[in-house]
Design a protein around this ligand. Structure first.
Ligand SMILES: NC(=O)c1ccc[n+]([C@@H]2O[C@H](COP(=O)([O-])OP(=O)(O)OC[C@H]3O[C@@H](n4cnc5c(N)ncnc54)[C@H](OP(=O)(O)O)[C@@H]3O)[C@@H](O)[C@H]2O)c1
Length: 311
């Protein structure tokens, strides 16, 4: 089968098309003929080689999220799954391929395309549980920092739908700000968050050295949750500002979907897949063999939502 592997860690051109034997489903796994493959920020982090210490080797096939048709099942699974269209999480790799195996999979309703399923699957659930982790409640004000990515566009929609008093976003790009307004944003800020607004909840996809500047944007009892580190690690003394502002009872948290029980993730994904109002934002659909171009577009900061590959 055709797949795309990281042959050299670093720039996007290190991603190359390869021929490789199709995988065999293990116990509890399905084999999926892929129709849509989500291109995620984590794939780019792995490709750049920054996660080298986790043991990724040249030849690694990236991709953690696919949708397509079940064509074979491993031991312990019902043969009737064959022919079903499913969304699946493939772990830290294996997705950029014509066929992929997974044990974590869900049926996709007729009303949802495979492309939309991979745009919603991870980002919708991460946003849902990140807001819950922040104890977000209707009537509170929310800032989504780094809102133009796949997680941010979901977080904006969910905060707005669930009764946020206002939803501010940061973005470097005017046009993306206008698109975020259509998804429910009420206030568009630059990447530095310039403005006088204060928020009860900040969903932060960026972190980086400017993280403490965003503590200043919290109301008393405000909560800032780091969900991603697109801007890199903060400085080691980043938390000093929290203690310097002790009287404001600010909270700093991190959130990873890895800590959410699998059954809870499944329940929320199924609700979101069946919810016609919640939109997956597909930036562009590219052929699988243009995975390097997809990564280049991500590196160039062009992407609003998610790029999807098609075999
Ligand atoms: N916690 C979890 O369970 C979980 C699960 C999956 C993924 N993640 C993580 O979530 C993060 C977000 O993923 P994503 O795919 O939504 O994001 P993304 O597309 O990689 O980035 C989001 C946005 O951040 C802005 N940005 C980029 N570089 C920046 C910088 N140096 N400073 C400030 N803003 C910058 C860009 O928008 P503008 O140009 O418009 O500013 C970009 O569109 C990633 O780190 C990913 O690994 C977390």
């Amino acid at each position: 089968m055709k797949a795309v592997a990281i042959q050299e860690f670093g720039p996007a051109e290190g991603l190359r098309v390869i021929e490789t034997p199709e995988p065999t489903p293990d116990t509890g796994q399905v084999l999926i003929e892929t129709e849509a493959i989500g291109v995620g920020g984590v794939d780019a982090v792995i490709r750049r080689g920054t996660l080298g210490s986790y043991g990724f080797k040249p030849g690694h096939i990236p991709g953690s999220e696919v949708a397509g048709k079940v064509i074979a099942v491993g031991a312990g699974l019902d043969e009737s799954l064959k022919g079903r269209r499913v969304w699946a999480f493939t772990g830290t790799g294996g997705g950029y391929a014509e066929k992929a195996v997974a044990s974590d999979f869900l049926p996709i309703p007729e009303t949802l395309t495979s492309e939309d399923a991979v745009a919603i699957g991870t980002s919708g659930a991460v946003s849902h549980f990140a807001l819950a982790h922040a104890h977000f409640e209707a009537g509170e004000s929310v800032l989504v920092r780094g809102a133009a990515g796949s997680i941010g566009v979901s977080a904006v929609q969910l905060a707005a739908r669930n009764g946020a008093k206002n939803v501010a976003v940061t973005t470097s790009n005017h046009e993306r700000g206008e698109r975020l307004k259509k998804l429910g944003a009420t206030e568009v800020l630059d990447r530095a968050g310039t403005g006088e607004g204060k928020y009860d909840v900040i969903i932060d996809l960026i972190a980086g050295p400017n993280l403490p500047d965003f503590f200043d944007k919290l109301n008393p009892n405000g909560r800032l949750v780091v969900v991603g580190v697109v801007g890199g690690m903060p400085l080691s003394d980043f938390a000093a500002k929290l203690l310097q502002n002790f009287q404001k009872s600010w909270s700093f948290m991190t959130f990873s979907a890895d800590t959410v029980p699998r059954e809870d993730l499944r329940r929320v994904r199924l609700e979101q897949f069946g919810d016609g109002m919640f939109k997956g934002i597909v930036h562009e659909i590219l052929p699988l063999d243009q995975a390097a171009l997809a990564h280049q577009k991500m590196d160039d900061g062009e992407v609003f939502g998610r790029i999807v590959l098609k075999p």
